[in-house]
Design a protein around this ligand. Sequence first.
Ligand code: NTF
Length: 836
Amino acid sequence: IASDSGASAPSPIALTNVRTGLGADAIATALIENLYCLLGKLPQHATRNDWYMCLAYTVRDRMMERYVATLASITETNTAAKAVAYLSAEFLTGPHLGNSLVNLGIWQAVEEALSRVGQDDLSSLLDQEEEPGLGNGGLGRLAACYMDSLATLNVPAIGYGIRYEFGIFDQAIRDGWQVELTDKWLRFGNPWEIVRSEITFDVKLGGRTEPYYDEAGRYRMRWLSEKVVKGVAYDTPVPGYRVPTTNLLRLWKAEAAESFDFEAFNVGDYYRAVDEKIASETISKVLYPNDEPEAGKQLRLAQQYFFVSCSLQDMIRLLIMRGKPLDEFHSYWAAQLNDTHPSIAVAELMRLLVDEHAMEWDQAWAITQQTCGYTNHTLLAEALERWPLPLFARLLPRHLEIIYEINRRFLNDIRLRYPGDDQLLQRLSLIDEAGGKHMRMAHLASVGSHAINGVAALHTELLKQTLLSDFHRVAPEKFFNVTNGVTPRRWIALSNPNLSALITRKIGDRWLADLEHELEHLEPLAIDGDFQKEWQAIKADNKRVLAGLIKERTGIIIEPHSLFDIQVKRLHEYKRQHLNVLYLVTLFNKLRRVSSAAEIPRTVIFGGKAAPGYRMAKLIIKLINSVAAAINQDPVVSQVLKVVFLPDFNVKTSHHVYPAADLSEQISTAGKEASGTGNMKFAMNGALTIGTLDGANVEIRDAVGHENFFLFGLTAAEVERLKAEAYTPRSIYDSNAELREAIDLISSGFFSNGDRGLFQSLVESLITRDDYMLLADYQAYVECQQRVSQAYSDQNAWTRMSILNCARVGRFSSDRSIREYCRDIWNVRPIVPDER
Ligand code: NTF
């Protein structure tokens, strides 16, 4: 077979150059062929979307050889490779086209091919792609970065999740309020996925259990379910960066096991027959739009069980295909639980091994524990998944029995090791007996895994000291830290191509595959005047692009020379977007009093979605928009300050946001943000951070140098101490005149057309409870922002710091994170190309 890359693995099939060739000729021919054969169009009649579709198919073709070869390494008898199953309810991949061009190294060839067929604008085709928004925020995007790194490091892996028909909602802003619109991402079809109609599994739900004796006379249990739904596999190839490995994302769609209930159909009840089909398909219908769990939502538990069961059944099938015995399951699979959403895997793997494959309990338990690892992503108590026992029993009666047995054995063991400590037993139990009984999913994940990890050094320490302290006491050897990372392919190469080209020109092109060791070669250039100029010019360009986008989406005109101060992330009280607003109101008050001539011009940009049911978060969006309107309208203040809420922040938009930032806002209450990953994306693109000692900020600050980071605020320990001492926010309000003036202006109705009630709940909560310590950190934040302005006024010094921020954050590549998972948790090694 002809392939002009030289990198492809040998194909068992003779593919033609039109399918595999990475040069412009082959790609141009393929474009025309695909347009004709797949879309049934002639070039003169093709719409922009037609061109996008046929380009997508053309690019996908070029991944197939590697994809088939990688899959073979997980299915063929003679390979010893252990593979990773990354189990996650969310994969926020973002658009595939641009990323695939980067990873396959065919950007230029595609541009050239397009121009040969009369299409000169690759970027408009990139724009056509609907974002697959199958995640809420950090957790889902992390899973996508990890899939990119697994492939890039040649580690065979399958990402298992749910093919939601509707992903995260689209956000519109009407009259300053968030409005949610359904995300119809599949509307025009999805050229990146391959339906595997033959790979389906039955998933049982409901019903009851029944004891019986098997042929060998053994006492066993069987599950007589009330209903069965079918999971169908949809695969999306995940190409590594310039390597032979192409992994896959396997997402399950729910369908009715029988699409017609023939009995109902025969008696003429057509509608009832169709009902079951509809009910089954509901399971993969929609992503829950909360970063917190939906307490007591049966459908959510059904979703989790549905994808976990399909995935584990698939993993067993693949093991058997390889001719390996089931008792070696853990030697061939490492399963990572991305938070507790897939934690039912612990009970499901036990059920499959014990009930379906007649394995002894002890052996099944050893395999389960050795297979599973659990990553915790939050310490927030309200975000911990707990299922009311009656709901759990109704949906998963057999799993309830299995979990009781796991718990009985676990607590027996603890009782022997810590005699007489009943409190400890209660705290460790998988069942919370207080109030209505609940199943504690974090406990199930912790007991059923050989490794438990937090996502930043501070977070892991707090996990050990607080949330999981009892588990740490009884099994300290299970605990690891793996600080999050993000892929430099999407977050630098794809979203900041000019910066990327500049870096490559200076330090060669190895940095994209080895950020940890290569990026630091930029450091000496931080004081190089010419380099600084180029650096500034690129930032200025990126800011102009973002300004254009903002004008198009909001009508607001911003000044590209101003300091771009950006806070983009989910809306949550602990992330404290409203602390940022308090500062803006303070600045507004000041600028109305004194001449603004000396003020450094700023544009403050917000973006992020609020969970539809989170009233306070939605009110904060309204406040941001109201304050923005007042500031932007003020003829004096708006000369030096503009405020923008950029609607519908998602992966696609974010490509234009991180590269344009001067200042990255990472201002959560210390101890609350597990890691953050936006903080890394900003720094990689040369933004300086203003932040608290929270999550990965701590490590970012150590990496970039304390003098290149704007630190403010209480530490996690100080936050706890202050809370314990009966914190009284009102006394801070009373004693700080600027703060009081800002809060009073909000209360006065100034920002709400005289409506004093509108923001009252927000103001009340700040003055009376202030759970997230805004008032305690307010003064420090305001002063820190003044230091920022001062620093920005010296552009050369700022640019030096900006370069150093980028040069020193190489360790926040997801490649480093994945190497650590491979070494400490999964015990997997890369496959070398000739192993397949
Ligand atoms: C998030 N957790 C954390 O809030 C972020 O700090 C972290 O960067 C990401 O996970 C990725 O680790 C969640 O989204 C959840 F669901 F756990 F609350």
